[in-house]
Design a protein around this ligand. Structure first.
Ligand code: MN
Length: 322
């Protein structure tokens, strides 16, 4: 198999010609987003796919970290102390293990694989994400953010847990729809822009064809095992970006193969992202930082883990990502 050229920006145009999908317009419509390794805590590193240079968002999805599988026996596992968010939703999805969510609304919610934790930060919320007190086994998951559009950026904060998500199938491919809708199967999670987030599992053997909304752009990321898109294996650590106009995914792979599909209408509003904040302007984000540092977020009722201080603002104005 040919390896596509990769630039020092960690992205490349995808030269793969592949079998022709007659439903797709001609011309290049994919690029690669190569994850970079980033420290989340002193003991937990993540693969960060979004924001990528030149590709800050896919639909309204503005952040994608994947972590694990990590052996958490006797270690701290996930230990992210209280920290704030504004202007976004956090989406927590696990492949293995357990994480306990605590937030400043008083929510206290363990999450297990197959379940969704969705926190709408809106005007402002603080939360902590912790492994159970005596973690065992392994931990693997993804942490995602969805940018809120201007009209909804300052909605009241909210938290939702969804244990019952739609699981449509197309031949040997089964999805779990976390948020939004896929081929008419709609998650009950609250959303503020047209988007989809779904885990796709392949059973091995034949291909399955997953219909897509052609108004959406998408990204497809390998999570586990072997998954192939249009006959070409997904590489670990490399997301496939798919431009609007695509009407389907042809997926195959080995038993246990899993991938994450993110999509949405391209997000065209100005978006200032810095640390844990999304705002419409640098001033809005700087104000959120000051509010956190000066104690104007409600406290997170959790013991034994330190609050995360905001880093210093960079010199100059914070500018929108595009
Ligand atoms: Mn967070």
């Amino acid at each position: 198999m040919r390896s596509p050229p990769v630039t020092d920006e960690g992205r490349a145009s995808d030269p793969y010609a592949g079998p022709v999908d007659q439903t797709r317009p001609p011309g290049p419509d994919t690029e690669l987003i190569r994850a970079r390794r980033a420290p989340l805590t002193a003991t937990l590193a993540v693969e960060r796919y979004l924001p990528a240079r030149g590709r800050p968002t896919v639909g309204a999805w503005c952040f994608l970290d994947a972590y694990g599988p990590l052996d958490v026996d006797g270690g701290p596992g996930m230990a992210v102390g209280p920290h704030p968010h504004t202007g976004l939703q956090t989406v927590t999805w696990l492949l293995e293990g357990t994480v306990v969510h605590h937030d400043s609304l008083g929510s206290h919610q363990p999450i297990h694989p197959g379940q969704l934790n969705l926190m709408t930060a809106g005007a402002g919320i603080a939360h902590a994400e912790l492994s159970p007190e005596h973690p065992t086994g392994r931990l693997q998951g993804v942490q995602l953010w969805v940018a809120l559009p201007e009209a909804s950026r300052r909605v009241p904060p909210a938290f939702e847990h969804h244990a019952d998500l739609p699981r449509p199938t197309w031949g040997p491919v089964q999805a779990t729809v976390l948020v939004g809708a896929l081929d008419g199967a709609r998650s009950g999670a609250t959303t503020f822009s047209p988007l989809v987030g779904a885990e796709l599992s392949v059973a091995g053997g034949d291909e399955g064809v997953v219909p897509l909304d052609p108004d959406f752009e998408h990204a497809l990321v390998a999570l586990d095992g072997a998954v192939a898109l249009d006959g070409r294996p997904l590489e670990p650590g490399v997301a496939r970006y798919l431009a609007p106009g695509r009407r389907s995914l042809r997926l195959a792979g080995g038993p246990g193969g899993r991938a994450l599909l993110l999509g949405g209408e391209p997000f065209t509003e100005a978006l200032v992202m810095w640390w844990n904040f999304v705002g419409g302007s640098g001033e809005e984000v700087a104000q959120a930082r000051q509010d956190w540092e000066e104690g104007r977020f409600a406290p997170v009722p959790v013991a034994g883990v330190a609050r995360v201080p905001a880093p210093a603002l960079p010199p100059g104005r914070l500018l929108p990502r595009r």
